[in-house]
Design a protein around this ligand. Sequence first.
Ligand SMILES: *[C@@H]1O[C@H](CO)[C@@H](O)[C@H](O)[C@H]1NC(C)=O
Ligand SMILES: *[C@@H]1O[C@H](CO)[C@@H](O)[C@H](O)[C@H]1NC(C)=O
Length: 325
Amino acid sequence: MTKAATGPVLLFHLLPLLLLHASPVRPAPYYGQLAENSPAGTPVEGVLLSVGAGGCPGADLNASLMGEYASDFRIIHHHGDRHHRGHLALVSAKALDREFIAIYELTVELPPRCLRRPAAVQVEVSDRNDNAPRFTCGNQTVEADELTLLGTELARFDAKDGDAEMNGRVTFFASPESHLLHVVPQTGHVRLIGSLLGVSLVTLRLYARDGGDVALVGEPVFLRVNVHRSSSALRRRRPRALTEELTYTVTVPDHVRVGDLVFTVPDQKFEQRWFEVISEADSPVQIERDSGRLYLARGLPEPTEVLVKIHNPRGKKSRFCYVRA
Ligand SMILES: *[C@@H]1O[C@H](CO)[C@@H](O)[C@H](O)[C@H]1NC(C)=O
Ligand SMILES: *[C@@H]1O[C@H](CO)[C@@H](O)[C@H](O)[C@H]1NC(C)=O
């Protein structure tokens, strides 16, 4: 054989292929829906195939259904009202799980006397809220300094829910609620909202809940916060000479500017008292003499201790305010 013979031979083989593709048999499209977990035999909503008044006698309806997992369905003669006589219906052969298959692509092929061309049927399994959220990680233990700033994120939790849309939208909460830790519902972040001074251990039980009409709540996980004593200067310099001392810890959030109110020294006992800041000259706060309101006088780059004296006619009472940035 010579090389020149190859060309004509190839052409000869291509011709029938091209002819086949020139006249494709377009299946008629159908679209149907079925709620997941419906019992076997539930009709797929929206799918009725017309086969003419005589039905389709002698045809093997079971064999007419093709496609991946086609055995999850059956084709039956429609037994509905007169109007729909001569129609075939698609029904489920078992309870379907949307989390396993959400969309089926099926084809129904019957002898041309019944169905002129094949029918392409897409069945969407609609969601039911049948999955509770599950945390992706288990219990967590974190370490925290007792002077940890309020607002600090201590931990983060995530959970997955197999359902769709709102049925799969997860929010987080703690139960019982804690006055020290806040769980951000949308994100699962856990933030400090109370002082850890004097606390050695905080535990929190967290749950994840989905957004279904009847919401499902998954198994809880636990957050354990081990609190350590601080080595900060704050604890060392406490004067002892004063008999009546009180300590307030004030956390100044980031957004507070110079001139803003940061704290009011809570002393309502004496009618004629007045307040004085007696710490170092460049005190980070100024106090309003009569009201005890503390205003920020300069930025607070680090935790600061401020001594406030409360004067009253019957003697001297002193208070300490620990103002922390
Ligand atoms: C079609 O399937 C149904 C249910 O599986 C069965 O009862 C019936 O006998 C089948 N029909 C044929 C013709 O195979
Ligand atoms: C999580 O902590 C709780 C309470 O301490 C405990 O009962 C549970 O078994 C822990 N779970 C895991 C997976 O360790």
